[in-house]
Design a protein around this ligand. Structure first.
Ligand SMILES: C[S@@+](CC[C@H](N)C(=O)[O-])C[C@H]1O[C@@H](n2cnc3c(N)ncnc32)[C@H](O)[C@@H]1O
Length: 392
């Protein structure tokens, strides 16, 4: 598409028509929802985005099965807490290519066959374009698989574990910026032949309490005119719907996240929003709408507050590097040294993958955050394995 002077690209006709119908401007949140999740034009809705080293961006499971093999003992620890006659579910939300669900099903069937025999895989994926690829990928899964949404699951809530790996960062965010002595909602505005991000209207005062909790009110000179960031209004409804789908069990969120003091630090003047396509990163969310993944980090305190309101009990969290070491990554690395030299290329690839998963400047900085619900005494439950100290 033709670059515009702002560095963004020409406005596709479907988006132009929608913006005109909406009076020429919409809140950024609506724009993000459209360009990611519109069934025909959205990057995920249409299934256009591809995850993996040859696709648009990589995620931990797209690097191979090492990630799932390390995560499986944590899921098994949680699933094994229920008596043997009860059916169980492993729910994956936002399963992307279906890689992680398949790898986990294989790891459970191999390592914990009795648990696997009473566990079904349930995939929650609102985008048909992605779900059709997941159906192909999971055709030969060793566990029964079905697709459902939270509302359908809430009619007969499950018992088990919900996994949210790199999905909450795809929820549409509210973007806001400083204008004068107030916070204003940012919107996407149609300007002649291009799109612009502009302040649309003051943020509603009902948000003042939340903004104060996050250290954003009262306003002072440390965050000057134009300073902007994001809020996640979609988190509360998502966590509440998710908890309605689970009678009792655990939720593990794995995602990019910062504490509020880092997220909203004065020096982070452009927020955390990023766009990804074909292994390239861009800070321009208006570029080729519907062709780039848009993602914003989570704020840990906002996640925890929304989870509590949604009926979840926080169990703790840590960085992925620490979690994977607690789950035995160092032992796996060590074991590779005793591998068959005839399979050197494979051994080296596995070594590289393991190191990438804990790289503090990359995937190792992701956060693992666990919650439970419906358990009689969650505080006396065994500590999650991934929060324990790594064995020497
Ligand atoms: C970044 S991909 C992550 C894929 C996979 N979990 C992985 O790590 O490889 C985001 C996935 O979440 C899905 N998704 C987006 N919004 C969702 C929502 N509200 N609920 C569940 N899934 C969602 C997308 O369609 C896509 O499959």
């Amino acid at each position: 598409m033709k670059p515009t002077p702002s560095g963004s690209t020409a406005v596709p006709s479907w988006l132009r028509e929608r913006l005109v119908r909406s009076g020429g401007a919409v809140p950024f949140r609506d724009y993000m929802e459209w360009v990611l999740h519109d069934p025909e034009h959205g990057a995920y809705g249409s299934g256009r985005l591809e995850i993996g080293p040859r696709g648009d961006f990589v995620t931990s499971p797209s690097l191979g099965a090492e990630f799932a093999r390390l995560l499986a003992p944590q899921l098994a620890q949680w699933l094994a807490r229920w008596p043997e006659d009860l059916p169980l579910a492993l729910v994956e939300t936002g399963p992307g290519e279906g890689e992680l669900a398949l790898q986990l099903a294989v790891a459970l069937a191999e390592g914990w066959p009795a648990l696997a025999a009473r566990t079904e895989l349930v995939l929650v994926e609102p985008n048909d374009g992605m779900a059709s690829r997941q159906r192909q990928r999971l055709g030969a899964a060793p566990l029964p698989v079905r697709w459902a949404d939270f509302a359908a699951l809430a009619r007969d809530p499950l018992r088990g574990v919900v996994l949210a790996h790199e999905v909450l960062d795809a929820l549409a965010v509210e973007r806001f910026e400083r204008r004068g002595d107030r916070w204003w909602r940012q919107g996407v505005v149609l300007r002649d032949d291009h799109l612009a991000l502009e302040a649309l209207a003051p943020l509603p005062e009902v948000l003042d309490h939340q903004l104060a909790e996050l250290g954003l009110l009262p306003l002072d000179e440390r965050r000057p005119e134009g300073w902007c960031s994001e809020l996640h209004p979609g988190l509360g409804p998502w966590l509440a719907a998710c908890s309605g789908a689970l009678a009792e069990g655990f939720l593990l969120v794995i995602d990019y996240a910062h504490e509020a003091r880092r997220y909203y630090a004065p020096q982070r003047a452009r927020g955390t929003l990023m766009a990804y396509r074909r292994q390239q990163a861009s800070d321009d969310p208006l570029r080729e709408p519907g062709h780039w993944d848009l993602t914003a980090h989570l704020c840990l305190e906002s996640l925890e507050a929304a989870a509590r309101v949604g009926g979840w009990c926080p169990l703790g969290g840590c960085r992925q590097g620490e979690a994977l070491l607690a789950l035995g990554l160092a032992q796996r690395l060590h074991a590779l040294q005793a591998g068959d030299p005839a399979r050197l290329a494979e051994l080296l690839h596995r070594r590289e993958t393991l190191l990438r998963l804990v790289d503090p400047a990359g995937l190792g900085d992701f956060r693992w955050i666990a919650f439970s619900r419906g358990l009689s005494a969650p505080e006396t439950e065994a500590e999650p394995l991934f929060l324990s100290s790594p064995e020497a």
